[in-house]
Design a protein around this ligand. Structure first.
Ligand SMILES: [Zn+2]
Length: 357
């Protein structure tokens, strides 16, 4: 079996002198990939245990079942000595800030970590801006743990950016947890974020891209807390700069068989609207996203090209990769579920293709 890097998922040439990080219990890494994620080429020394995760478990109660709500998380800091880089839980007394977040599988959803890595890895491949990620082995965990860099801090834990999620942008943060699904439609959230970023067309375009990507990935949990905007910490501009890097892109359809979209696409939360195509078929096709693109002020041609590129990407790259994705090698049952979920979404998306040829 080939040795594969836990950050880029590409094979590693393990001959001496090649791009190989010093061996650790975390799994094999390219040295260049390690530098990108950890900002250091020192040998890595994880000093954390399973019990560190217990107090961090987020308990949220919503009507919908959500994986992120059940997922234990741990914020970790990095401390360099002369000979190694320690990875350890943040020290509250020293007011240390975490720079990486570690997410093991919740008991209820085995394989959530590898599926999140799969979703985020392919988002990167498509050119969606994401933080650095990895799928690491940790002591005491039988399954690998998903790791992601915080995008609002540098590697020393200093704050580098203001971030606001779509719940905050829409002024819904005081309402209950369910409003992350019901408080606004995608059309309202997309418009709200576009306005908060000074009406930059790129923001509407990126927003739509992530929504279509999530649909095709089978991510039924792309709700208002999972989309954010970002502004440099030093910026004096009243507006935000752009969408924040993407996160929480999990093919939840392969785990839960849950709904296709976390958000209603069109209209307002008070008056949701549906396309004729949706009313006839009962599921979303590319036509629904074409309509959303139009309402967000994007040229028809742009949305058509985006839909075509994403459809081709899933057909030619993502679905074929399921069988050879290194971290799914010994998981035949999961590969079947994931493949079924991806094929179901692609079939629906492509169903009536009058506009996309
Ligand atoms: Zn790598």
């Amino acid at each position: 079996m080939k040795v594969v890097c836990r950050i880029c998922a590409q094979p590693i040439d393990d001959n001496p002198g090649k791009d190989l990080a010093p061996a650790t219990s975390l799994g094999a890494l390219h040295l260049s990939c390690q530098k990108k994620l950890f900002g250091s080429s020192l040998p890595l020394l994880p000093t954390l245990s399973k019990s560190d995760f217990l107090g961090e478990r987020l308990q949220t109660h919503t009507r919908r079942m959500s994986i992120s709500g059940m997922q234990p998380k741990l914020s970790v800091a990095l401390t360099a000595t002369q000979s190694e880089l320690k990875i350890h839980p943040v020290n509250m007394e020293r007011e240390q800030a975490g720079v990486l977040i570690l997410k093991p599988d919740p008991n209820e959803f085995p394989n959530a970590a590898v599926l999140e890595f799969f979703g985020m890895h392919h988002a990167q491949r498509f050119g969606i801006d994401t933080p650095a990620i990895a799928l690491l082995d940790l002591p005491e965990f039988s399954q690998p743990v998903f790791a992601i860099r915080r995008f609002d801090r540098d590697l020393r834990g200093n704050k580098t950016a203001h971030v606001e999620d779509a719940m905050q942008v829409m002024g819904l943060q005081r309402r209950g947890e369910d409003s992350k699904y019901e408080g606004a439609t995608a059309e309202e959230a997309g418009r709200g974020m576009w306005i908060a970023c000074g009406k930059r067309r790129q923001v509407a375009a990126d927003f739509l891209k992530r929504l279509v990507f999530s649909f095709l990935l089978g991510n039924g949990d792309h709700h208002l807390k999972n989309i954010s905007i970002i502004r440099s910490w030093r910026s004096r501009e009243p507006n935000y700069d752009s969408l924040a890097p993407a996160y929480d892109l999990v093919p939840t359809g392969a785990l839960l068989g849950d709904s296709e979209m976390a958000l209603t696409l069109l209209g307002t939360s008070q008056n949701p609207e549906f396309t004729d195509s949706f009313n006839q078929l009962g599921f979303h096709t590319s036509e629904d996203f074409q309509e959303l693109g139009k309402r967000l002020g994007l040229p028809e041609k742009y949305t058509a090209t985006l839909c075509r590129n994403l459809r081709n990407f899933f057909q030619l790259k993502v679905i074929p990769s399921v069988e050879r994705f290194p971290f799914l090698e010994d998981q035949e049952g999961l590969r079947i579920k994931l493949r079924e979920c991806l094929e179901d979404r692609l079939g629906k998306f492509s169903y009536t293709n009058k506009k996309i040829k």
